[in-house]
Design a protein. Structure first.
Length: 249
């Protein structure tokens, strides 16, 4: 059984750094578990955070820009499945990455959309854990693949605007995350305490706070490739709240 976690949030909330910290924490506990990271963010920041320059992505299949050689005996759906698997990059150990690229309109006349969905479902099922780094909300992820989510984490910082964005993200994402839990992680918290006005806004907007993560001042002066030991430790401490019972949490 595959555990699926979607991470979304407003730009600048620290989403990509949280994803990296989550990967580090999971790998430390379960080095034998296979993990697939799906970079579904338009900026491809997750790939950049691992120092990878992406030249091919899933969307390049449907727009005809992905060059590949295949047997003429292969059916179209087999070609798509082969191409997606060919794009999967191993980062280290059992951790792999695949990049979605720019979004597209699901349900268009192009049958490739359905082939991509089918191939992604098969790919997801081949891993123990799949983490989706999403673009703002879950709509773009749904355009890529229709697959149930166990947990959706909305990353917000301690600003009022970020919490309001989290509320909008929750509202727009609920129909795609109905089968699992959805909640907010407040990031960049100083002095181990969420400000009273932010806590009040969460209650007012009926947003479940799954946990909070501390402010790491060093991240303000480092690029995305830097791992945050402070955040990794904090993510490790709240993993028991992430609906990961199959892994022992």
């Amino acid at each position: 059984m595959t555990i699926t976690i979607a991470v979304t949030g407003k730009s600048g909330s620290g989403k990509t750094t949280v994803v990296k910290s989550l990967v580090n924490a999971l790998h430390a506990h379960y080095p034998e578990k296979s993990v697939l990271l799906v970079d579904n963010d338009l900026s491809c920041e997750l790939a950049n955070a691992f120092g990878i320059e992406i030249k091919k992505n899933i969307n390049s299949i449907r727009i005809g820009k992905y060059s590949y050689h295949h047997s003429e005996r292969m059916q179209k759906h087999e070609v798509v499945e082969w191409a997606i698997n060919d794009m999967v990059l191993n980062l280290y150990d059992e951790i792999d990455l695949v990049v979605a690229g720019a979004p597209f309109t699901k349900g268009c006349t192009c049958v490739t959309d359905q082939f991509i969905d089918d191939a992604m479902v098969d790919l997801i099922k081949s891993y123990d854990i799949v983490i989706f780094d999403c673009e703002y909300d879950l709509e773009y992820l749904h355009k890529l693949v229709d697959y149930p989510l166990d947990t959706t984490l909305i990353i917000a910082d301690t600003s009022v605007s970020s919490v309001y964005s989290a509320s909008k993200i929750k509202e727009s994402s609920m129909r795609f995350a109905a089968q699992g839990q959805i909640g907010v992680i407040i990031n960049k918290v100083k002095d181990n305490r969420v400000p009273d006005n932010i806590a009040a806004l969460l209650i007012e907007n009926d947003i479940k706070m799954i946990g909070m993560l501390p402010y790491d001042k060093d991240l303000e002066f480092q690029n995305l490739m830097r791992d945050s030991e402070i955040l990794t430790q904090a993510v490790d401490e709240l993993m028991f709240r992430l609906n990961l019972s199959i892994l022992g949490y």
